[in-house]
Design a binder for this molecule. Structure first.
Ligand SMILES: C[S@@+](CC[C@H](N)C(=O)[O-])C[C@H]1O[C@@H](n2cnc3c(N)ncnc32)[C@H](O)[C@@H]1O
Length: 255
């Protein structure tokens, strides 16, 4: 994680949940898709790596009611500070890399049955080494789910933001191949989430740099990008767009 990424999440932490909860049903449906994809049960030892504020994790915990708290791992304390104080959620300040290397040991367990990584893989430095290390933490019925956007997205951003996003985002195929090389069976499915948002509200999200790619731009560049956005969508008071997420799953082969 770069200093710029850490600073970005420190500055968005306080408003993160509000930005992402513009459609209350969206978060719940998304958390349901994660729970289903991993077939989570109450006896699973679960970690959400790069959990942020736990916006999704709390819904997963509510649905699964795990007997052991979900380990909520994130390197940015300001994000973890927003995690609700619930018995089903246990915060841990660490990077994915620290868990993977054993530099930060798993508290209270030797292995994990399920690892969630939702929209955090693009922040991980050495993805191959880190994913291999995380796979090494899985139990014999362990599985991992990497949820990620493709390089090309439909969000109504300005041109430079789309270009920068494509440069920073890993290919889905890279993640599949890495998990397979680490010895897991793998599958990929795509889930589409429809978003409807008032244009003015979306401007506020852009101003607040709600996507980490927006943290890549200076104040002037962002202002110019928002002007570009306003012009492009001047006839659309309400924006509608689809988010196509890849759900990359890996699981330990029986036997
Ligand atoms: C886009 S947010 C996603 C948060 C949460 N999973 C969600 O979907 O709401 C990315 C998160 O990854 C975290 N992160 C950044 N670098 C990381 C790393 N090296 N290992 C684990 N998490 C990291 C950030 O602090 C941030 O909370």
């Amino acid at each position: 994680m770069t200093d710029r990424t850490a600073e970005h999440y420190e500055s968005v932490a306080a408003d993160y949940d509000e930005h992402w909860s513009y459609d209350p049903d969206y978060v719940r449906r998304f958390a349901g898709a994660i729970t289903d994809a991993l077939r989570l049960t109450s006896s699973d030892a679960i970690a959400d790596v790069g959990c942020g504020t736990g916006l999704y994790t709390r819904h997963v915990a509510e649905a699964v009611r795990p007997t052991r708290p979900i380990l909520c791992v994130d390197p940015v304390p300001a994000m973890l500070d927003r995690l609700p104080k619930l018995p089903g959620l246990q915060p841990l300040v660490a990077r994915a890399e620290d868990l993977a290397s054993g530099q930060v040991p798993l508290p209270g367990a030797d292995t994990l049955d399920a690892i969630i990584m939702k929209e955090s893989i693009h922040h991980v430095g050495d993805r191959r080494k880190t994913l291999e290390g995380l796979v090494g933490l899985l139990s014999r019925h362990g599985r991992i789910l990497v949820v990620m956007l493709p390089r090309t997205i439909d969000h109504p951003l300005f041109r430079e933001a789309h270009e920068r996003f494509a440069q920073l985002q890993p290919e889905t195929s890279e993640i599949v191949e890495t998990l397979a090389a680490a010895g897991l069976r793998t599958s990929v499915s795509y889930r589409t989430f429809h978003t409807t948002i008032d244009r003015q509200r979306y401007v506020r999200l852009l101003e607040a740099r709600y996507l980490s790619v927006l943290g890549e731009f200076s104040e002037d560049e962002l202002r110019a990008g928002i002007a570009q956005f306003r012009h492009a969508y001047r006839d659309e008071p309400v924006l509608r767009f689809d988010e196509h997420f890849a759900f990359v799953k890996g699981w330990v082969a029986p036997g």
